[in-house]
Design a protein around this ligand. Structure first.
Ligand code: FES
Length: 280
């Protein structure tokens, strides 16, 4: 069993948990994810890793309840436990294994949308710990939906907050901030965008205009998390890839967004869920 050491509500819809999982904490890297199961009858839910402490043996997850299982997760308290906490799964972010000296010459921009701020945080933190301060745009619908602001501020080079309704920070979509920063003369060599699929799609259209290579983290429905079931299939550069083993990060300029969004819609229906159950 994997004990929950801390359970916190970050806002009306987003929850944070610190879980005792020493083996995952020891081996995980930014960009990876875990699959969590509450009990025998529970669904397997993929969640990105928001933070980890190798010495304390803990992993921090952040989630937004969107179905029966995550609704149950939201009710858990410290001292409750998950039956399964499998990981780390997927590939680490590409920069983790790149030449640090080359990386230091780059100017990296992260774009985080809503709960997507959680998987962006460990990446920006990792870079900061390796002497690279990246710029970060965090966007949300309203002020109340901004999460991890203080944590991000501590590790980002410059932090730009924007809200759709203008209730906090700049006003407007994250893509507008990208446009503004480029217009101000910022020259980014790569961008990492993580958030709702529609946000990542439009970030990619924007960065393509400026020829900024862009990585996105795909979060399609997953079943086994081992590349066997095909549920997390995405088309990247005309090739079939599985987000759980080939990703979750891919070149955003090569993703077939229309297909990815169609598949996401399909699995939101009850039929889609039933289909996945049959495959389990
Ligand atoms: Fe990726 Fe099954 S979840 S192939």
């Amino acid at each position: 069993m994997y004990k929950i050491l801390k359970a916190e509500k970050l806002n009306e819809i987003v929850y944070l948990m610190e879980v005792e999982a020493p083996m995952v904490a020891k081996h995980c890297e930014p960009g990876q994810f875990i699959i969590v199961k509450l009990d025998d009858a529970g669904e397997r839910i993929p969640l990105t890793i928001c933070d980890y402490d190798r010495e304390a043996g803990t992993v921090t997850i952040v989630f937004q309840p969107i179905g029966a299982s995550t609704e149950k997760f939201a009710k858990l308290q410290a001292k409750d436990a998950f039956e399964d906490f499998v990981g780390p799964l997927g590939c680490p972010s590409e920069f983790v294994h790149e030449d640090l000296e080359e990386l230091k010459k780059e100017k990296i921009l992260f774009v985080a949308g809503g709960v997507g701020t959680a998987p962006v945080y460990p990446q920006v933190k990792w870079l900061h710990e390796h002497g690279i301060d990246a710029d970060v745009i965090v966007g949300a619908k309203t002020k109340d939906l901004i999460i991890l602001e203080k944590e991000m501020e501590a590790v980002a080079g410059n932090l730009y907050i924007t809200t759709d309704d203008g209730s906090y920070g700049r006003s407007g979509m994250v893509t507008k901030v990208i446009d503004d920063l480029v217009a101000e003369g910022k020259k980014y060599t790569r961008c990492v965008a993580i958030g709702p699929m529609i946000m990542m799609k439009f970030c990619c259209l924007t960065t393509k205009k400026y020829e900024i290579p862009t990585i996105v983290s795909m979060n399609p429905i997953m079943v086994d998390g081992t590349g066997m079931c095909g549920a997390c299939r995405v088309i990247v550069g005309g090739e079939v890839k599985f987000a759980c083993v080939d990703g979750p990060e891919f070149d955003g300029h090569l993703i077939d967004w229309d297909l990815a969004m169609k598949r996401q819609q399909m699995y939101k229906t009850e039929e889609g869920r039933a289909l996945l159950k049959e495959r389990e």
